[in-house]
Design a protein around this ligand. Structure first.
Ligand code: MG
Ligand code: MG
Length: 626
């Protein structure tokens, strides 16, 4: 496969874009007209730069409002095309992309359109050039690739082919099977983009909200699979119009783009008997441990919080200031060493979650997949790596250890000295339910790509959650059996809790960790006894809950007494949530009881965010209630 990217997909001046695209490892590029028009470089200079960097310009685009005209407008359209043919010769590309017309003057008569393309093909061929027709999803008369294909067939000229663009096809829900009827020799270019499924105007959706394959909800891999099935061998090119990428760092966005093409190409090959280029994604079987970094007094207070949550210190590291805390199947580590990775993380971010240990069958294929994709560089310096537990760099800069079950046992037995556990009762915590990351808006899609390209995780529909001071975008991704659940959250509002977290934390990180219990009322009673500070939920919430759900008075009274929020899904499955107050207004714990309920209680998130926003830091740096 030849992987390519349109210059419109990334930020910067044209020369910066070309350099970034080459540095990311692409071999081909689409030159977007506006980038060229705004450049000080001549077409010859652009061509030289492209060729010097080992790239090939595969298309010049877009050429608009060409077909279906008569008289003077038709003559002008052909003249414009001839001028672009001149330019293409200077630029060193042989393909012009023609988008379906929006002109109010244009006829939708397929015979006339086909005749226009035949003539354009004759003129292009006389100069050794080709043209390719793309059905824009908002085209006036032609907005379906099946129509573009019938026109290209009718134009019947070897220099006339078509462009398939996954956005236009999938936004309009055109069956992907329809690709199978197209002659692969007549597909001159395939452009790929993904998008979240939103019911909105095609033009606005396309111009602002395209994203890379795998970051949205379109079935792009199926689209590529259909192309593989018919034997399409031409370029796969990203054409991503996205507000975040337009303001992102060009090299980072280009790298992420190339990675998305490698992944979607490989995913498409699955099930078709084609050789796979990449080792499979890791299946995560659970969370082996969550490591917190904390220094000095922070470490003491964190240990107190763990104790109040029902955790017990069960081991001390043989040589380092690292302790293991256990409850149910949950292992927390407090790392207060004054050297090493966790210490560096603490200096940058303060007390926080600095590493996750994930249970996988075998680490090696995941490490190889990550290496090939150039994501999550392998970290070899940490103490655990030295004992054979490899770690990838997480998207937050923290570590993601890949541990198999044997190594986990060895870790606790060999590295830690067991300490006599305090015999106090635990709080009924059984497992980690989910982790919630809060990230910069510009990193939101990268987080999704990181997790879904390395691990076998599926996405649930994106949600918007209301904070008192803005909107928070939230995406859940989870293992098919729920063994790993993550939510990724970001906000454009500067004053939302999510944005204040990212500011205070100096970057993205895990803002809350949800722990599962099977008796949340018993757990709440333990917390009452242990003195764990709980986030108070307003009485109005319970009045509304009563009105909405008509709960039994006894259940409602229990929820109200314990500050537990509640949801029930359409099948009658319940979800209970209880929140700790935040540790230094940084991260907090959520306790959930999930009775076959699949979601994350999004309906309650606004109540929780408002309750948290009532606590502010005053001028003396003390948390106060508003
Ligand atoms: Mg396109
Ligand atoms: Mg949560």
């Amino acid at each position: 496969m030849i992987y390519s990217i349109a210059t419109v997909s990334i930020s910067g001046a044209l020369e910066e874009k070309i350099k970034a695209i080459a540095a990311a490892g692409f071999k081909a590029i689409e030159i977007f007209e506006n980038d060229l028009v705004c450049s000080n470089l001549s077409p010859e200079q652009i061509r030289a730069m492209i060729e010097d960097l080992g790239l090939r310009c595969i298309v010049y685009q877009p050429f608009r409002d060409f077909e279906g005209l008569v008289d003077e407008p038709r003559r002008r359209a052909f003249d414009r095309a001839e001028r672009k043919f001149d330019l293409m010769r200077r630029l060193g590309t042989d393909l012009l992309m023609v988008c379906s017309s929006l002109s109010p003057l244009a006829s939708g008569d397929h015979n006339r359109i086909a005749a226009d393309f035949h003539e354009l093909g004759v003129r292009a061929a006389s100069r050794g050039l080709r043209v390719a027709y793309e059905a824009l999803s908002w085209g006036r008369h032609v907005n379906d690739h099946r129509d573009a294909w019938s026109i290209v067939k009718a134009a019947d000229h070897p220099a006339v082919g078509m462009v398939l663009d996954s956005f236009h096809s999938l936004a309009r829900k055109i069956p992907t099977d329809s690709i199978i009827t197209i002659d692969p020799q007549k597909i001159f270019l395939v452009q790929l983009a993904d998008a979240a499924l939103i019911d909105m105007d095609y033009l606005a959706w396309s111009r602002h909200l395209r994203c890379m394959p795998g970051q949205g909800e379109f079935k792009v891999a199926e689209y590529v699979a259909a192309l593989q099935r018919i034997g399409y061998q031409g370029p796969l090119s990203l054409e991503i119009f996205n507000d975040q990428f337009r303001s992102g760092l060009p090299l980072d966005v280009a790298r992420e783009g190339l990675r998305s093409l490698m992944v979607v190409g490989d995913d498409a090959a699955i099930g078709q008997g084609y050789p796979r280029a990449l080792p499979p994604r890791a299946i995560c079987h659970g969370i082996a441990f969550v490591e917190f970094t904390a220094a000095g007094d922070d470490a003491v207070r964190l240990a107190e919080m763990f104790t109040a949550l029902g955790f017990r210190c069960s081991g001390e590291h043989r040589t380092r200031r690292v302790s293991r805390w256990r409850q149910g199947n949950v292992n927390f580590i407090i790392n207060e060493d004054s050297t090493g990775f966790a210490h560096s993380f603490d200096i940058v971010h303060g007390a926080s979650i600095c590493a996750l240990g994930l249970n996988v069958d075998q680490a090696a294929p995941t490490l190889e997949r990550a290496r090939r994709l150039g994501v999550g560089e392998l970290v070899e310096s940490s103490a655990l790596c030295q004992m054979g537990i490899p770690a990838l760099r997480g998207p937050d800069g923290g570590l993601v250890y890949l541990v198999d079950a044997d190594t986990t046992c060895k870790l606790w037995a060999d590295e830690f000295v067991a300490v006599a556990e305090d015999p106090g009762e635990d709080a009924g915590i059984l497992a980690v339910d989910h982790l919630a990351a809060t990230v910069l808006q510009t990193e939101f899609l990268s987080w999704i790509s990181y997790w879904t390209s390395l691990f076998d995780l599926v996405r649930t529909p994106q949600m918007d959650v209301l904070d008192l001071f803005g909107v928070v975008q939230s995406q859940a991704i989870e293992a098919r059996d729920g063994a790993l659940r993550l939510t990724i959250n970001s906000s454009a509002g500067r004053r939302t809790l999510a944005s204040r977290f990212v500011d205070a934390f100096w970057g993205a990180g895990y803002q809350h960790l949800a722990l599962a219990t099977d008796d949340i009322f018993a757990t709440a009673r333990k917390f009452h006894d242990s003195g764990l500070p709980i986030l108070p939920i307003p009485a109005n919430y319970y009045d509304d809950l009563e009105a909405r759900l008509g709960l039994a008075p006894e259940l409602l009274a229990m929820l109200r007494a314990s500050n537990i929020v509640y949801d029930v899904d359409a099948s009658g499955n319940s979800f209970y949530q209880l929140y700790s107050r935040a540790f230094d207004k940084r991260f907090f714990f959520e306790i959930v009881q999930r009775d076959h309920y699949a979601g994350y209680g999004a309906v309650n998130a606004q109540t929780r965010l408002a309750a948290q926003a009532r606590y502010r830091v005053n001028e003396q740096n003390l948390a106060v209630e508003l």
